[in-house]
Design a protein around this ligand. Structure first.
Ligand SMILES: *Cc1c(COP(=O)(O)O)cnc(C)c1O
Length: 434
């Protein structure tokens, strides 16, 4: 059941790497504790089994997606070098691979010039984007929808920038009338537009926000940490399609390769349309930049050490699965979206469930009638079907809903089994109530 192709890929890759360094005198690495490693690994495996089975299609809860085998193998291979993408001195090849990988992501948004790099997470990537917004418009407000990721408010606090929340409509999208009221006060420096909210997968109305920008003047930052890749999918509804089509007209974009991009954790990405913002990052490091006059990524990043292995894994994945509409990567996103639409359709057709709204990407949010969402969540987990919960305020009341992110390509063909177990969970939860 667990994928093991990556082990063979790794062994072959290590063979190539060894050959490429064959000119060096041979040596044997000293490994403290060598004879006890097997025992420790057995313990590690036992400890890891104490997890929900994130790799399995019956895990249909939070935003967790297994890395691609080539990403696993490339990441592991890179750890034999263990490059640091802070400086070319510590990671020459992996820095070049990072620049290529990031350029491919920028090109997906239609950007042929840009400034950008990988980060350890979407949060750090958003921190950099809002930091730049604050440097360019000091003392002006950052605004984001109430459905935006909770970290935007906290990041604004860290940066000591004023922050305001814009109400969302019943589908989880930013309310434009409320946004315009805020803009009219003239003190908004940056609007965070979420293309795919974490809770519902809602897509904020970017075309209308671009119109407001022409009238009021402010920066636009797109948070596509979760949803950013969906611009490649050919099966979005018109409002989401139009928002993604215009994503290239904004000032900065964040996307998380460790969410939908098939990467292990530790891989976010921030992009700026105007390379001149690089000047804001200027610093004097007395230690690091000696091997080359070329751009060291640490010169345009708030973090210092970063895993070169993350860049290598992402580069390998995009080499195998380029970010092209109609390509294999895009097709796989389309499957997730179809799975979400189909799940929502079948739940809506069953009187025991209410679906909050038609999914915009691949997240379905729904509620049981007559039993609590928590009871379904618990019963389903006992049947090895893992869902998520989301709290939303409806008519002033905090209400708990079931939530499924159908981000694995297998989810579409597993829908019958998922619904069969959901049905059983409902029966068990209803019986427990009696
Ligand atoms: C996940 C997410 C983030 C935070 O990214 P991390 O990689 O978890 O730090 C920010 N914004 C959105 C929309 C997200 O879905």
């Amino acid at each position: 059941m667990l994928e093991t192709q990556s082990l063979q890929l790794l062994t072959e890759g290590l063979g190539h790497l060894e050959k490429d360094f064959a000119r060096l005198p041979a040596f044997t690495a000293e490994i403290p504790g060598g004879e006890r490693m097997n025992a420790v690994m057995a313990e590690v495996a036992t400890r890891m089994a104490d997890n929900f089975p994130y790799f399995h299609p019956l895990y249909a809860g939070q935003m967790l997606k297994p890395p691609h085998p080539v990403a696993r193998a490339a990441y592991a291979l890179a750890t034999w070098i263990n490059p640091n993408n802070h400086a070319l001195d510590g990671g020459r090849a992996s820095s070049a691979m990072e620049k290529e990988a990031v350029a491919q992501i920028a090109a997906m948004f239609g950007w042929h010039t840009h400034l950008g790099h990988l980060t350890s997470s979407g949060t750090i990537a958003n921190l950099e984007a809002l930091w730049v917004a604050g440097r360019l418009h000091p003392d002006k407000k950052i605004v984001a929808s109430e459905q935006a990721h909770y970290t935007h408010e906290r990041i604004s606090g860290v940066l000591r920038l004023p922050f305001a929340k814009v109400p969302a409509d019943s589908r989880g999208r930013m309310n434009l009338t409320a946004l315009e009221t805020l803009l009219a006060s003239g003190d908004v420096g940056c609007v965070v537009v979420t293309l795919g909210t974490t809770g519902m997968g809602a897509v904020d109305p970017l075309p209308e926000i671009l119109e407001l920008r022409a009238k009021y003047g402010f920066r636009i930052h797109v948070d596509g940490a979760y949803g950013g890749y969906f611009g490649l999918a050919g099966n979005l509804d018109a409002p989401a399609r139009e928002a993604f089509n215009r994503a290239g007209e904004v000032d900065s974009i964040v996307i998380d390769p460790h969410k939908h991009g098939l990467q292990p954790y530790g891989c976010g990405c921030v992009l700026f349309a105007d390379p001149a913002v690089g000047a804001l990052y200027k610093h004097d490091s007395p230690y690091t930049y000696f091997s080359s006059k070329d751009l060291h990524l640490g010169e345009i990043s708030l973090e210092c050490s970063r895993a070169g292995a993350s860049a290598v894994a992402l580069w390998a994945t995009m080499r195998l699965l380029p970010l092209w509409p109609g390509g294999e990567f895009a097709t796989s996103l389309e499957k997730s979206r179809r799975a979400a639409l189909e799940l929502a359709r079948r739940l809506a057709a069953d009187s025991r469930w209410t679906v909050v709204c038609e999914p915009e990407l691949d997240i379905v949010v729904w509620a049981p009638r007559g039993v609590s969402a928590q009871a379904i969540f618990d019963e389903a987990a006992r049947l090895d079907l893992h869902l998520a919960l989301v709290q939303m305020v409806v008519d002033g009341q905090p209400t708990l809903y079931l939530r499924s992110v159908l981000m694995k390509p297998e989810h579409e063909s597993w829908l019958d089994e998922i619904l069969r177990r959901l049905d059983q969970a409902f029966i068990l939860a209803a019986a427990r109530r009696l």
